[in-house]
Ligand binder design. Sequence first.
Ligand code: SAM
Length: 299
Amino acid sequence: MDTLTALLPPAPIDPGLYIVATPIGNLEDVTLRALRVLRDADAIACEDTRTTVRLVQRYGLCRTLLPYHEHNARQALPGILRRLAAGEVVALVSDAGTPLISDPGYRLVEAVLEAGHAVVPIPGASAILAGLVAAALPTDRFFFAGFLPNRQAARRAALEELAAVPGTLVFYEAPGRAASALADIAVVLGDRPTCLARELTKKFEEWRRGPASVLAVSATEDPPRGECVIMVAPPSADALATSAEDIDTMLRAALAHDSVRDAASAVAEATGQKRRLVYARALELAGELAKELAEDPEP
Ligand code: SAM
């Protein structure tokens, strides 16, 4: 009897779609339950059969691999639904980590549930949590923001939207883009404590921790190769309070001689804050100023 069979004697698995987390590098980072489902499933739907076959060979898992990725999701769906309708166990895996986390699968889960079949998560590795737990940044609240846009203007706009999130920000990043992402993080979010985690669980795992501007310089001088997670500390309470106060001060000054619209535009431009939000605040302040004036008209 091989080791896996000794550890996991065969036992029936209820039919359904199993969302199975696989390693993000080190092939030992896989749970016993994941191995059981991947061994005993009738088929494994996977992003790239060449990647999944490595896990299949290492542990002697199910050899029926069905390609399921961004480009064939629509065509692959009926086949998977047919298998589920026939009472089969289908496992979904991605190339690395947890399926659906910046990986395909969301539409499949939706469709499988709509068709009345079970969807069962088999939790395990994901670069988000592996990065977060050793970043030395707050973990009580965090916001996973996925990949930042490629183009600088869109990237800065995306960062502006995240500036006030009261938790650690977690980004996935492609290797070649870490330096520009970190530079924009420093400009838009301020020089917050930041951590770049590279090649987690792999031979060349590396951690860089420090202010965003320092990491931006480091990533320009010594570009991190391989896969990266970037994590950024939440804004300090002071920074948030000051910026809200600052905006009010700037708006009050601008409203003394400008229309609400012009005052909001000028302050949004000067602070990089979202025009819509500044406009809403400008409207409020204009109301307050008008009331103050009515109550206490100058002689
Ligand atoms: N589903 C995966 C998960 O649960 O982490 C994420 C897939 S997403 C397409 C790939 C991105 O995840 C990479 O570009 C990188 O940002 C991050 N990533 C995946 N494996 C990683 C690793 N070993 N070290 C650092 N980042 C990793």
